[in-house]
Design a binder for this molecule. Sequence first.
Ligand code: C5P
Length: 205
Amino acid sequence: MIIAIDGPAASGKGTLARRLAAHYGLPHLDTGLLYRAVGARCLKEGRLGDEGASVAAALSLDVSALDPDALRTAELGEAASVVAARPGVRAALLDLQRRFAAQAGGAVLDGRDIGTVICPDAPAKLFVTARPEVRAERRFRELAGRGETIAYDAVLADILKRDERDSGRSSAPLLKADDAVLLDTSDLGIEAAFAAALAIVEARR
Ligand code: C5P
């Protein structure tokens, strides 16, 4: 069983993906980490503006060495969305995502283009969203909890900018697949959102 979960930043898709993976005993890939790792490498080399460097970083990415805690910063979210707009970077990361999805028994993947590009045939697809102010509040708390001092207004501005870049790009824009079920988590707590997600997946199994 492949579960494909897409949605904008801080929509709750990551939490739901983790919970669903644990529930079904499936491996989970947070595909945002791949783009964050590519962005991190380019930033470190001072070559974020260099398309060739970002494609090379994507081609040589070591998935087993990803450090989620180090990668989930506001700065790397921004860098990720810059490199993610480049078709060569997306092409370089395609195979490893498809191979992850093809594991015997299935997998849960979350990102921006899982239901549309990576796993168009996944039986269970969710498009998770929430109002921008709600997403900014969640991200603000998450970053503050990890000691990142960044103002709420800056977090909201960052989220709106990333939404625009991720939705407006020509290569695999953030888009709900026609057969994905929309789940708005704005007014749902984690347990209620998980129950709703589980019901959607169960209906598609
Ligand atoms: O989900 P997360 O915030 O970690 O993603 C960081 C950035 O990576 C997104 O803003 C998006 O530009 C990019 N991304 C993508 N396709 C995916 C996952 C993430 O373009 N499947």
